[in-house]
Design a protein around this ligand. Structure first.
Ligand code: FMN
Length: 257
């Protein structure tokens, strides 16, 4: 069973690819988290967690959801993280959560994809983003084969000062940069409500037709990237950075046949 969390679709792309290759099903953690449900599931096949890296670790909401989850059936869990460049010690944290549940951690691997943290770089044009996805297919193929053959996965990315980045820096980032992120909708907002609908932690309330951010952001940036009018920004830092949405895997495959 493939359990995925996503803000801009990279992790869903990977989850859909792996599910197809393993002939398995996907479960959206976005939906579980949004509906404040406890994740209870049963799978005969290994569990595969697919999620982005936020400040050198899996998103806090994902770690929390997996900690609380009741995963029945197969005792084996893999973790695939999508990331811009590197993932610090993210593997060590998720491994501890899995082993504390009495389950077997079968390995972790980071998959470098478009970095959606647009404060650092300009987002690519959709055509270029779509082309770039070809680069990760060989790695996804290898990962699927390894999981199918019951083999372990091994982390192949490195981060300087990994323990510090995934420890103190991650804690500071979550505390000061994520939760109270200064997101704001400008006058281009057309009150479509897509941001509130997509927000996995219900941080957005539509008040008099406009999104109001309630100080409980998880950092996924789905609202900002998916806004059809690019009306959501962080201060004056994101206006000219473009936006990014990863193509849906099945549509992408169909178009690239
Ligand atoms: C708040 C935030 C923090 C991030 N931190 C990292 C990081 O520490 N290392 C990295 O390589 N990428 C980082 N990224 C990039 C994402 O991990 C990457 O783009 C991921 O594939 C997005 O997945 P998604 O499309 O499923 O949301 C960060 C992105 C966000 C939004």
């Amino acid at each position: 069973m493939i359990l995925y969390f996503t803000g801009t679709g990279n992790s869903k792309f990977v989850a859909d690819y792996i599910a197809e290759k393993l002939d398995d099903e996907t479960v959206s953690l976005n939906r579980i988290i949004k509906n404040k449900e406890k994740l209870i599931c049963t799978s005969e096949k290994p569990y595969v967690i697919v999620a982005p890296i936020y400040a050198w670790r899996l998103p806090a909401v994902v770690e929390e959801t997996i900690k609380e989850a009741q995963l029945n059936g197969c005792r084996k869990v893999y973790c695939l993280a999508t990331m811009g460049e590197n993932s610090g010690n993210a593997d060590k944290y998720i491994k501890k959560i899995i082993t504390d549940k009495g389950m077997t951690f079968a390995g972790y691997i980071g998959i470098a994809m478009q970095n959606n943290y647009l404060f650092m770089e300009k987002m690519p044009k959709p055509r270029d983003a779509s082309k770039a996805l070809h680069n990760i297919i060989p790695k996804l193929e290898k990962i699927s084969l390894a999981i199918k053959n019951n083999e372990a996965l091994y982390k192949d990315d490195r981060t300087l000062f990994a323990a510090f980045m995934s420890g103190a820096v991650n804690a500071g980032f979550n505390r000061f940069m994520v939760k109270k992120q200064e997101l704001k909708a400008d006058d281009d907002c057309v009150s479509c409500g897509k941001c509130a609908e997509l927000c996995p932690v219900n941080n957005i309330e539509m008040q008099e037709g406009k999104p109001v951010f309630t100080g409980n952001c998880c950092g996924c940036l789905a609202c900002l990237h998916h806004c059809p009018k690019k009306a959501i920004n962080v201060k004056n830092q994101t206006q000219d950075k473009g936006r990014y949405i990863c193509p849906d895997y099945h549509m992408w495959k169909f178009k690239n046949k």
